[in-house]
Design a protein around this ligand. Structure first.
Ligand SMILES: [Fe+2]
Ligand SMILES: [Fe+2]
Length: 471
């Protein structure tokens, strides 16, 4: 049941060959996807052998197979987690009804918007990261970048399957648009802001995979609860792949921090930059920047859309089953609002606060990541250095805090005060140029750039010295 049919042009476990129309539509989309991959995927690496994992089953144990693959030959396919028999809708106004196997007519537009918005982030990140291979700090990192990239490509396939399979003609049009928008393009940008930001260096990549891919984890988790069963099953399997992306980010930043400690110890003045590393202040500023951009992805703290998504049964909470009550009709949340320059708690109906509920889950998870980084700093003999998460109000461009200025502790301040401190809180052009100046490719197996520590172990039981990408 969970086995994947690899004899097909499009590997899948959805019995695609039994639906000729859908199969033909997807086979028509496939060359357009490959054109997009070749022109917008990793630049200059398409003909190289990369040690990649490919999904071969959706079973929890042993779902992945590792081997050398040239990226355009990667078996992108459509994999859904196994169906749960007699699954019911677990929350909202349709709680307890049979989960939908077809699109519920009354929610068609809402559902399509949810799928398109999620789908758009997948190719966007590939586009953002396409030049990073030219300055990879090691072959191990290079391989991890490509692993993340091909899986984001597969996530696009997952969303396009839903559009083609369940939304007819407008689904097919949306699938074309997903290949037409471009990250950072002025005329045809990607839908969400974080996915139009430049990713010119590996510290950015590690912050992005820590904070922005982690937003993805929570969005997918909320959609894995969906009453629309094909979406729920799709997202459940995507979450399995996403774990590695978060690992790449978290361990990446940790290695930059460890190396900064080692370089500071080598310098007579403890100056990390003098030794060619990334200093702690710069790392903190990158964390501030990407954490705040990623918070925006959850949407406004007070949102009638969020209430509608929940009420309709399309988007639930993170691990809905840990809640005792699933209608969220009789509860409220206190959300601080700014009134006359002061913060004041405002009681918000729980459904309206659903974005904030999900964002809070995300922030809790980020706190755990920061704990790990700070533990690494202690291990490296620097308990005096602590990396912190800024307040969720700091540097926001979406939601109820977007029009007010806050310092990293969450205190409301004037625009002038914010501008006066901007360069100590957020990366400056000079900081970015400095980080970019460190980005020199290291392609020798077992070697690593000076500004980052080697990882503790390799991939799939291989040593760090393994030839993860054949040049
Ligand atoms: Fe993804
Ligand atoms: Fe991801």
């Amino acid at each position: 049941m969970s086995g994947i049919d690899y004899s097909e042009r499009i590997p899948n476990n959805v019995d695609l060959s039994s639906d000729r129309r859908l199969q033909r539509a997807l086979e028509k989309w496939q060359p357009a996807y490959l054109d997009w991959w070749r022109s917008m995927g990793p630049e200059g690496w398409q003909e190289k052998d990369v040690y990649l994992r490919t999904a071969i089953s959706v079973d929890k144990g042993g779902w992945a197979h590792f081997d050398y693959v040239q990226m355009p030959e990667y078996r992108w396919g459509i994999f859904l987690a196994d169906a749960q028999p007699d699954r019911k809708i677990g929350f909202g106004d349709h709680m307890g009804e049979d989960a939908w196997q077809e699109v519920p007519g009354e929610y068609r537009n809402m559902l399509r918007r949810i799928i398109v918005t999620q789908g758009d982030t997948e190719p966007a990140s590939v586009e953002q990261q396409r030049a990073l291979g030219a300055c990879a700090p090691s072959l191990y990192d290079l391989r991890n970048l490509f692993q993340v990239n091909v899986e984001e490509g597969r996530h696009l396939w997952a969303m396009v399957y839903l559009l083609h399979g369940f939304f007819g003609r407008d689904g097919r049009e949306e699938a074309e648009e997903l290949l037409a928008r471009r990250a950072g393009d002025e005329d045809k940008p990607r839908i969400l802001d974080a996915f139009n930001q430049a990713c010119t260096d590996w510290l950015t990549f590690f912050c992005f995979t820590t904070f922005t891919d982690r937003d993805g984890k929570y969005q997918l988790g909320a959609l894995a609860e969906s009453g629309f069963d094909p979406l729920a099953r799709t997202c459940r399997f995507m979450l399995t792949e996403e774990v590695h992306h978060l690992f790449v980010g978290q361990t990446g930043v940790e290695r930059v921090l460890r190396r900064a400690c080692q370089l500071a110890a080598q310098d007579p003045n403890g100056d990390v930059r003098a030794q060619g590393g990334v200093d702690f202040d710069t790392i903190q500023k990158f964390v501030n920047y990407w954490f705040s951009y990623s918070l925006d992805l959850f949407g406004s703290e007070v949102s009638s859309n969020a209430a509608d998504f929940f009420a309709s049964g399309l988007k639930g909470r993170w691990r809905e089953d840990k809640y005792d009550e699933h209608t969220a009709l009789d509860s409220v949340m206190n959300i601080p609002h700014v009134k006359d320059g002061k913060l004041e708690d405002v009681e918000v109906e729980m459904r309206i606060a659903m974005n904030e509920v999900l964002r809070n889950e995300y922030v809790e998870d980020c706190v755990k990541v920061l704990d790990k980084w700070n533990k690494a700093l202690v291990q490296e003999g620097r308990p005096d250095i602590v990396i912190t998460l800024p307040s969720t109000r700091f540097h926001r461009r979406q939601g109820i805090y977007a029009d007010v200025h806050f310092d990293p502790t969450g205190k409301a301040i004037s625009a002038d005060e914010f501008e006066a401190n901007r360069d100590t809180w957020l990366p400056t052009d000079e900081d970015r140029a400095y980080v970019v100046s460190l980005m020199q490719a290291v392609y020798e197996p077992g070697k690593v750039a000076n500004w980052i520590a080697a990882p503790r172990k390799g991939i799939n039981g291989q040593p760090f010295e393994y030839e993860y990408v054949r040049l």
